[in-house]
Design a protein around this ligand. Sequence first.
Ligand code: UDP
Length: 444
Amino acid sequence: MSHPHFLVIPYPILGHMNPLLQFSQVLVNHGCKITFLITEFNQTRMKNAIEHLGTQIKFVALPDGLDPEDDRSDQPKVILSLRNTLPPKLHNLLQDINASDGDDSKITCLVISKNMGWALEFGHKLGIKGALMWPASATSLASFQSIPTLIHDRIIDPETGLPTRKQEIQLLPNSPMMDTANLPWCSLGKNFFLHMLEDTESLKFGEWWLCNTTCELEPGALGKWPRFLPIGPLMQSDTTKSSFWREDTTCLDWLDQHPPQSVVYVSFGSLAIVEANQFKELALGLDLLNKPFLWVVRPSNDSNKDNNAYPDGFIGSKGKIIGWAPQKKILNHPAIACFITHCGWNSIIEGLCGGVPFLCWPFFSDQFINKSYICDVWKVGMGLDKDENGLISKGEIRKKVEQVLGNEDIKARSLKLMELTLNNSAEGGQSSKNLQKFIDWAKD
Ligand code: UDP
């Protein structure tokens, strides 16, 4: 067979859809055919990506089984609904696609993201190959795979996934020590943990676990299971990204007017919620900087709750505040001096590719381990610490921005790591070879 045809099935949030969309784009560039599954709920929200990519990628929408007003940030609810709703529809979809003329039309391989493990099992029963494209770090996937051992060693409770006692562990060789309370599922509740157990179990039906990472970034995790295949960093233009919010590109002109390494970029991805009093403190902290700042204040995901009230006394004259950013372009702009981030994996990879030092502000899930890599392993950033009231104070923000920008070692390591990371995707690089290996496997 000359061209494999992939059916790509992401979990319907941006942090999963974007890396799978980028990966799809890479596969298209290698001559592969892609059908990309989205939910009907996300169809209008993804208009931009569909317009840009519709000629190369076939988008197909199916219902997610929820009512329009249902809360789609409730992950266990969405996972369950997708698992109950999609299989028969997927069955019909596959039949329709495979009934089309031409050998190239038949689906040869499913590529799924986290939370959609059931689809691998489903494909396996139909004799269709499957692979996981993990939208986070290899270490976080390794931590999920380690759950049986953690239960066996009585480090976590089998019912809740919570630590049995306070302790630090090293999950993998060459990985940072971590507080067991920061295991990725601990902040997401018991229901999520139980879903993850099931999901993780299904992953054995995937021949490959593809990760947007590199051998240099996470050697310990990648060496642990032979299915891990690092194919990062995924390189793509901003136009290939799905975006639920309108990108404000005026910030690029604004950045052009600033000298190199002068602007502090602040963004917390698509899910993290900054509580109202923390939002005020952050605003005042940015005002205190003697640097300009570019701050993404995302519209609230919940129309009933808006935390984004600016405090009395906030001036903001040195900054630009936007609703949603063309993040990758920003992180590659010479004016950016550092990145205050929630430590989502996609943001980290994008920041590493821009050679930008980080200030880490993790909120939940794998973001704490990601912070440890940045601060303790790669040493390309610093953490922002909470005060006795559980807040990151304005003073802390000013102090750490000054420290990170004054640290030449961090800057030099950031640039070095950028080079190492980018080399992986260049011709002859390890990730580029791995990608070819994966495509050859799918063709067989
Ligand atoms: N992003 C963006 N504009 C923004 C903020 C974020 O395009 O203003 C993109 C960012 O480039 C990344 C994704 O949204 O690709 C966020 O993914 P990440 O894994 O960092 O965090 P999550 O949103 O899953 O918490």
